[in-house]
Design a binder for this molecule. Structure first.
Ligand code: BTN
Length: 325
């Protein structure tokens, strides 16, 4: 494990040299110990320019997730207050659930470089190759009845959407309930799983999967025409650590607003980013296919569809697709 404090110092002024003497003074360790720690970071994939009388300057961070760097970028109180980063796991949802069951607090975050059994909605698989995406699950403990949890799916979608826009300027839109799209292709999916007792939430696990830095050829054949990545759309790789930290910030902001003012302000933000509303859509629900115009959200977060006979039908789950008339 790399030394957090040295990393912190080096990340604070990424473009400037910092002398071995200053590092040694700030960390209260000998110059030899500084040199050893710099070498430790080198072995972990960091690259430095070392100039005599000037010191060290970080010139490259490894493209891998580590707790110290993530903590350095985090500017939150609750979200990400505890972090578990894994090289590989079946699903971060399972890991987060196990932590939640043993009492892990709200804001605990599990991130993996790779998932071998990533889960999507409705029993689907979620493609999660090593080092290319953001595969993470966050524990939430809202004190509310179970029936309101769909609102948290929408809240999470808005938070991720805002973070992606902030960092990439890509015009990402939300397809109800939880898909983030770029140029009609899916770039992110959200899976919210809950545990309840007597219809009151014990915890929710907000699972977020973002195809961040995949290239076209990384996607398997069946996803080629329907999925995309931030890198494909923007032309540059995104710093995954910074994106995770920005998502945590947005989530903290919106979750605080939600706990204080309820769902309405979140619904308004969701509606402003929706690519579903005001369009003719077809919805495949467990009860069958429904067609109509997506009119808005009801107070629980259900999508309201106006059918051709003017009836307004709330849809709580299903796949929504726009129909071009
Ligand atoms: C969907 O659109 O179907 C939801 C996809 C959710 C994927 C994320 S990746 C992190 C977390 N772990 C999982 O196994 N699934 C979610």
């Amino acid at each position: 494990m790399v030394n957090e404090s040295l990393l912190d110092i080096l990340l604070q002024n990424p473009d400037e040299f910092i002398s071995g003497e200053e590092i040694s003074r700030r960390l209260e360790i000998s110059r030899t110990a500084v040199w050893k720690q710099v070498n430790k970071l080198r072995n972990a994939g960091y690259e430095f320019e070392a100039v005599s009388h000037k010191g060290y300057r970080m010139i490259k961070k490894p493209d891998q997730l580590d707790t110290a760097t993530l903590i350095h970028h985090l500017n939150t109180k609750v979200m990400g207050s505890r972090i578990k980063i894994m090289k590989s796991t079946v699903s971060t949802q399972n890991e987060a659930r196990a932590l939640a069951e043993t009492g892990a607090s709200e804001g605990t975050l599990v991130v993996a470089e790779e998932q071998t059994g990533g889960k999507g909605r409705i029993g689907r698989k979620w493609f999660s190759p090593f080092g290319k995406g953001i595969w993470m699950s966050l524990i939430l403990r809202p004190q509310q009845p179970l029936q309101y949890t769909p609102q948290l799916t929408l809240l999470t979608g808005v938070a991720v959407c805002r973070a992606i826009r902030k960092l990439t300027r890509l015009d990402v839109g939300i397809k109800w309930p939880n898909d983030l799209l770029l140029n009609d292709r899916k770039v992110c999916g959200i899976l919210l799983e809950s545990a309840a007792e007597d219809e009151v939430v014990r915890y929710c696990i907000a699972g977020i999967g973002i195809s961040a830095n995949l290239d076209c050829e990384d996607f398997p054949d069946d996803l080629q025409s329907i999925a995309t990545s931030l890198k494909i759309e923007s032309g540059v790789a995104v710093d995954r650590t910074v994106l995770i930290a920005t998502i945590m910030e947005e989530l903290e902001l919106l979750y605080e607003l939600y706990c204080l003012k309820g769902f309405q302000p979140i619904a308004s933000l969701w509606e402003a980013s929706s690519v579903t509303l005001h369009h003719q859509v077809a919805v495949n629900t467990l009860q069958g296919r429904l067609e109509g115009i997506a009119r808005g959200l009801d107070p629980s977060g259900a999508l309201l569809i106006e059918t051709s006979n003017g009836e307004i039908v709330p849809v709580i789950s299903g796949d929504v697709n726009r129909i071009n008339l």
